[in-house]
Design a protein around this ligand. Structure first.
Ligand code: NAD
Ligand code: TYD
Length: 371
């Protein structure tokens, strides 16, 4: 396999295992940390599911500091081999099944990857990083190591018209996706409490930006609009999401992985609450300005069957991140969505590549049933 040919790293400051970095947020994260630091090594472990795209990270894996391994986070033998070979300092786990609508069709895959994959990585890290026992019988850990779990605000469930999710909000997931992410978070905390494992968790609101797979609302609407296809709005389009530009998330993750307090959970959000219909209108208006056509892209909006168990509103209180780690988002929704629409217009080759057969059959299955 490819990783047999990889060099063994010596004398570098930090070696990262980043899982799921051929996907949307993981790819943006490795681009951010490679640009930020000269003295890091990054090993990417990604199974290249439908959501993984080597084209997204082609330039990054050309960099001598970054290596790609195709594999499943549930594979125990591979995880042990990688830990033994590369002596990781940090694990940042993005790898997951991430689409709520797909979790409604196939919950088991979500539980396997998101829960058992997390547990497999935790165990591999534990086997590699434990150095002995302390006087109370707890494991002792190699200096400077950390396991970071990339989680979601969806673990908190749904809000009414008022209020925000804080780190103390009880966990109350509704979809198979969010239930699997909640379970994974609880397993991560159990390893901290039981083995004193050095871990952190972040829970982020909805991301958007470059390299977002077009099964999710924002890229789907941009691409369908340009293709002259319907813009499917679930239910009345009055559900609310708190949108964060993906580079702000990457910077928040960098901050937590390098300076976050072990055993802590941090909420990450942009204070950009928007109704879905407002998001769709904004994209249409930007396209009307950038790629004018007869009439408006708003004319393509189509109301379709609502998602079962649809969470009504997500909104993050990220004051712990700003008070304790001095992180704030830099993009507003207005600046971020403009950049995003432009990125999709300027990256038609990437767009063409992701619209594979597997993607087309999902679109036919999901939206065929909803119409
Ligand atoms: P994505 O679906 O774009 O990418 C997931 C990546 O994981 C893909 O490259 C895929 O090939 C890989 N993968 C899937 N199963 C795997 C397995 N068994 N082994 C190895 N690799 C596997 O997801 P994303 O939107 O980039 O989300 C990344 C993480 O961030 C997820 O854990 C998700 O729960 C979390 N998150 C996402 C959002 C969001 O708005 N997208 C918000 C908050 C948190
Ligand atoms: P999505 O991007 O799937 O993210 P999540 O479900 O994780 O929040 O959906 C964002 C919102 O947009 C959600 O309320 C569902 C809605 N939505 C639509 O109205 N139409 C669509 O075609 C999609 C994919 C989502």
């Amino acid at each position: 396999s490819l990783h047999d040919a990889l060099p063994i790293f010596h004398n570098c400051m930090k070696t990262y295992l980043v899982t799921g970095a051929a996907g949307f947020i993981g790819a943006n994260y490795i681009k951010y940390i490679l640009a930020k630091h000269d003295d890091i090594k990054v090993v990417i472990l990604d199974a290249l599911t439908y959501a993984g795209n080597l084209g997204t990270i082609a330039k990054d894996i050309d960099d001598e500091r970054c290596f790609f391994v195709k594999g499943d986070i549930c594979d125990r033998i591979l995880a042990d081999e990688l830990f033994a070979k590369y002596k990781f300092d940090y694990v940042v786990n993005f790898a997951a099944e991430s689409h709520v609508d797909r979790s409604i069709e196939n919950p088991q895959l979500f539980l396997m990857t998101n829960i058992l994959g997390t547990q497999n990585l935790l165990d591999a890290a534990r086997r590699a990083w434990v150095t002995g026992k302390d006087e109370s019988g707890y494991p002792t850990w190699r200096n400077g190591v950390r396991y970071h779990q990339v989680s979601t605000d969806e673990v908190y469930g749904s809000l009414g018209a008022e209020g925000f999710f804080t780190e103390k909000t009880p966990l109350c997931p509704h979809s198979p996706y969010s239930a699997s992410k909640t379970s994974a978070d609880m397993v991560v905390m159990a390893y901290h409490d039981t083995y004193k494992m050095p871990v952190t968790i972040t829970r982020c609101s909805n991301n958007y930006g470059p390299y977002h797979f077009p099964e999710k609302l924002i890229p789907l609407v941009i691409l369908n609009a340009l293709d002259g296809k319907p813009l499917p709005v679930y239910g009345k389009g009055d559900q609310i999401r708190d949108w964060l530009y993906v580079e702000d998330h990457a910077r928040a993750l960098y901050t937590v992985v390098t300076t976050g307090v072990m055993g802590e959970t941090y909420n990450i959000g942009g204070h950009n609450e928007k109704q879905n219909l407002e998001v769709v209108h904004t994209i249409c208006d930007l396209l009307d300005e950038m790629v004018p056509k007869a009439g408006s892209y708003r004319d393509q909006i189509t109301y379709v069957a609502d998602r079962p168990g649809h969470d009504r509103r997500y909104a993050i209180d990220a004051s712990k991140m700003s008070a304790e780690l001095d992180w704030q988002p830099q993009e507003t929704f207005e600046s971020g969505i403009r950049k995003t629409v432009l990125w999709y217009l300027e990256n038609q080759q990437w767009v063409g590549n992701v619209k594979s057969g597997a993607y087309q059959s999902w679109i036919e299955q999901n939206y065929g049933e909803r119409a």
